[in-house]
Design a protein around this ligand. Structure first.
Ligand code: MN
Length: 201
């Protein structure tokens, strides 16, 4: 069985950048639904229910075909959101330090150039999906996915991810995804990004 993780901070801790009502809906309704739908899809499949969600996403070909799309969407949603909460922090206006800071400079020139390229990828994702910074054996690459797909499906390790589904921002920012992205930089948990990156090198 998969379970909904608790938020590592209070619902209003990310204000003013992400509001309390958005966090409640996003975690308690959207993320909870991915978990419930995933468990429903795998009823009776004890072997698959006992995997980590990351391992499940890397073994989608072993999931029965009649529920494979449902598992792909909902396991992706569960994994992506579980990660997303960890990548946010109420400690506002952090900046990258350590190895991740060095690697960002090496890969993108400087932090500002990285931010511009990442934001461009997040803006260019048509409809619902995610923008990602992935580590391919220590090399940082910006990518994006549709719906709840995750780089894990391609055996790439996400170290930073941004949810650009409208449910992530519409209450506060309406159609202004660009303003949501600008706000999100204030609450990125760079310590966690660095910790995840170190595991890939
Ligand atoms: Mn979401």
């Amino acid at each position: 069985m998969f379970t909904l993780p608790e938020l590592p901070y209070s619902y209003n801790a990310l204000e003013p950048y992400i509001d309390e009502a958005t966090m409640k809906l996003h975690h308690d309704k959207h993320h909870a639904a991915y978990v419930k739908n995933l468990n429903d899809a795998l009823v009776g499949q004890d072997k698959l229910l006992n995997l980590s969600v990351e391992a499940l996403l890397q073994k989608l070909s072993e999931v029965p075909e009649n529920v494979r799309t449902k598992v792909r969407n909902n396991a992706g949603g569960h994994a992506n959101h579980s990660l997303f909460w960890q990548l946010l922090t109420p400690k506002k206006n952090g900046v990258p330090h350590g190895e991740i800071a060095k690697a960002l400079t090496e890969s993108f020139g400087d932090f500002k150039s990285f931010q511009e390229k990442f934001a461009a990828a997040a803006m260019a994702r048509f409809g619902s999906g995610w923008a990602w910074l992935v580590s391919e054996n220590g090399k940082l690459v910006i990518t994006d996915t549709a719906n709840q797909d995750t780089p894990l499906m391609d055996n790439k390790i996400p170290v930073l991810g941004l949810d650009v589904w409208e449910h992530a921002y519409y209450l506060t920012y309406q159609n202004r995804r660009v303003d949501y992205i600008a706000a999100w930089w204030h609450i990125v948990n760079w310590e966690e990004v660095d910790r995840r990156f170190l595991e890939t090198i």
